[in-house]
Ligand binder design. Structure first.
Ligand code: ARG
Length: 461
């Protein structure tokens, strides 16, 4: 007969070995060890403050827990599946180290409030790390924008040439997206930084604990009002996965653009060797693996969001073991986001070069200045809709003659409408077309400069 372990004397035999493996989370929740130790240290202090254990006992627990931390850092704490999870693994090792006083640590708490505490502490720290990653990514984008205020790039709608843009304006759009990402994380943090410690298994405890004190020691902003909610809430994790999914949406959109831009057809950027890969059989190729991977990894983050939503939707109150399934998706999301932000930051800072001559010629060889002809006529008193139709006709006949708008003679312009004068040529030159869009938030160089300076002062503060 298997020797029993872990559980109370109600159990006579231990788990079937395959079931023990199935049930265990230690293989992945070892990730929480630092937070589990910090949570236990705060809990022990609280037990001493409230007189539930003596301060000498709390001190012994503290020493034992710190020793476990050291053993872990030295690679000497490697609990196996028999420990089930990080909480049991730490408690078991603690008892080995400090003796029977170790058995007092779990007074007035349960693994349910403990795991909730750990995951919140973990996410709180990782959200800060991701915010830093977003900050670095934005700084690189702003730098690149600053170097490219007067570099022009075709702007698209429906992936059809629409109006030329300042390249900086295009890049700054991603700064705005990731600014919202940053703010969203700040907001998620508010609801993550709330302590469930002391909610017990589900109903609180008969012991005179002080939840505010342990929360304060751990730097939580507040404590859960309701113990059932405290042990079973994962809203904050879902919110985090939503915010993470949106970060991936933004990185993936930029990735898609870089992949297009690096193609022979666009040829707007050149990939540098440090951030490009080759083909195993086609020697001429340089592949944009980095943005492709970022685009591809977006799927797993969306999947983790969907996964947790589905885990939560049918759970009766309060804790259910289903909640053990929250962790791997959260851990993987954190790792994925951090890795993607880092890779994209490197790619932008040293992995690409804009092909200036190609960009210059691209904006000069299309009809993306047609709106400006209509605007020109409008400024001369022609109603916009009339001007719009007229220019449509001009584009049609120019296309038929294989001519660009800048190639029409003044006579030809004046035949279309006598309001045209020789300043039409400057009015429709790409640089002018861009710089004239000086409405707030537009691509005009002055606007872009202001946007860059606002972003810089925000990033500095
Ligand atoms: N490993 C568990 C989890 O991740 C810890 C909590 C277990 N609680 C329980 N009542 N079985 O959720």
């Amino acid at each position: 007969m298997n020797k029993k372990n872990t559980w109370s004397d109600r159990f006579e035999t231990s788990l079937h070995p395959a079931i023990a493996i199935f049930n265990a989370s230690i293989n992945f929740d070892i990730e929480l060890i630092e937070y589990d130790l910090n949570g236990s240290i705060a809990h022990a202090k609280m037990l001493a403050k409230t007189g539930i254990i003596s301060s000498e006992e709390a001190q012994q627990l503290n020493v034992g827990l710190e020793q476990i931390r050291q053993e872990y850092h030295q690679g000497n704490f490697n609990p196996g599946v028999e420990a089930e999870d990080i909480h049991f693994a730490v408690e078991k090792r603690l008892i080995e180290i400090v003796g029977s006083v170790g058995k007092k640590l779990h007074t007035g708490r349960s693994r349910n409030d403990q795991v909730g505490t750990d995951i919140r502490l973990y996410l709180r720290a990782e959200i800060e790390a991701i915010k830093t990653g977003l900050h670095q990514f934005q700084s690189v984008l702003v730098n690149l924008a600053e170097q490219n205020i007067e570099t022009l790039i075709p702007g698209y709608t429906h992936l059809q040439r629409a109006q030329p843009l300042s390249l900086a304006h295009h890049l700054m759009a991603y700064v705005q997206m990731t600014k919202r990402d940053w703010e969203r994380l700040e907001d998620v943090l508010k609801r993550t930084n709330i302590s469930p410690l002391g909610c017990g298994a589900l109903a609180g405890t008969t012991l005179p604990i002080d939840r505010h004190y342990s929360a304060e020691l751990l730097g939580f902003e507040d404590i859960y009002e309701n113990s059932l909610d405290g042990v079973s809430d994962r809203d904050f994790a879902i919110e985090f996965l939503c915010a993470a999914s949106l970060i991936m949406v933004h990185l993936s959109r930029l990735s898609e653009e870089m992949i297009l831009w690096a193609s022979e057809e666009f040829n707007f950027i050149k990939l540098n060797d440090s951030c490009a890969t080759g083909s195993s059989i086609m020697p001429q190729k340089k592949n944009p693996d980095i943005p492709e991977l970022v685009r591809g990894k977006t799927g797993r983050v969306f999947g983790h969001l969907q996964g947790l939503l589905v885990i939560m939707k049918g759970l009766p109150l309060a804790y259910n073991k289903d909640l053990q399934e929250d962790k791997e998706g959260i851990f993987d999301t954190v790792k994925t986001i951090k890795a993607c932000l880092e890779a994209m930051t490197i790619l932008l800072s040293e992995g690409i070069e804009f092909n200036q001559s190609r960009l210059n010629s691209a904006v000069a060889e299309d009809f993306s200045n047609a709106t400006d002809v209509a605007d020109y006529l409008t400024s001369k008193g022609v109603p916009f809709r009339e001007a719009y139709n007229l220019v449509g006709k001009v584009v049609k006949t120019s296309l038929a003659q294989g001519k660009l708008l800048k190639e029409l003679t003044l006579e030809e312009w004046q035949q279309i409408n006598p309001a045209f004068e020789s300043d039409i040529y400057t009015a429709i030159s790409p640089k002018n077309v861009v710089s004239a869009r000086n409405s707030y938030g537009g691509t005009g160089f002055e606007q872009v400069k202001m946007a860059i300076s606002r972003a810089k002062s925000r990033l500095q503060s």
